[in-house]
Design a protein around this ligand. Structure first.
Ligand SMILES: [Zn+2]
Length: 172
């Protein structure tokens, strides 16, 4: 597609960089600090995403509990003892996996993967729009009378090269 050429309405795509990220190493000092209430100093986070309570589980693992939208969101501080540097991870409140960073979204924190899944389930409509766009582009390249032009299960890879296009461009 030539630069500056747009088909249809401009769409917004959720990139993780749009969200404020909290990194595990930010919380390193909490491993030795007294338990109690803390607040992350950041202008990018709203009040509920900033305040948390530091507690300890029976097993000794330290836990940060954020109260966002009246619900508790628990993030554990996990030290990876297998690594020589005792690297610190924070657990995702959703999948419980240990992560190097979490992202602040409207009512919670989540890891990149969980946020991705969240948005994938909401993007039914953009997908339909994308298919329409692909069909439109195909028609421009192969013409309306090409038999499989609307068939999204047909991979264009096996289709003939449009006459006017150089092979180099086409393979991109
Ligand atoms: Zn997750």
């Amino acid at each position: 597609m030539p630069k500056g050429h747009h088909y249809g309405r401009t769409q917004t795509i959720a990139y993780t960089s749009e969200y404020h990220r909290i990194q595990a190493n930010l919380f390193k000092s909490l491993l030795t600090k007294p338990l109690g209430n803390y607040s992350i100093s950041s202008d990018d986070l709203n009040n509920e995403h900033r305040k948390f309570k530091l507690t300890t589980l029976e097993c000794g693992v330290r836990l940060m509990t954020f109260t966002i939208n009246d619900k508790p969101h628990k993030i554990a501080l996990i030290v990876d003892k297998r690594s020589a540097s005792n690297k610190l991870y924070i657990s995702c409140p959703y999948c419980q996996k240990q992560r190097q960073s979490l992202y602040a979204i409207k009512y919670t924190y989540g890891c990149r993967q969980c946020i991705g899944l969240h948005y994938a389930s909401q993007s039914e409509r953009p997908n339909k729009r994308l298919m329409r766009r692909i069909r439109k582009l195909r028609k421009e390249l192969w013409g309306y009378d090409w038999p499989d032009v609307n068939n999204m299960f047909e991979n264009v890879y096996y289709w003939p090269k449009p006459k006017w296009m150089r092979r180099k461009t086409f393979n991109l």
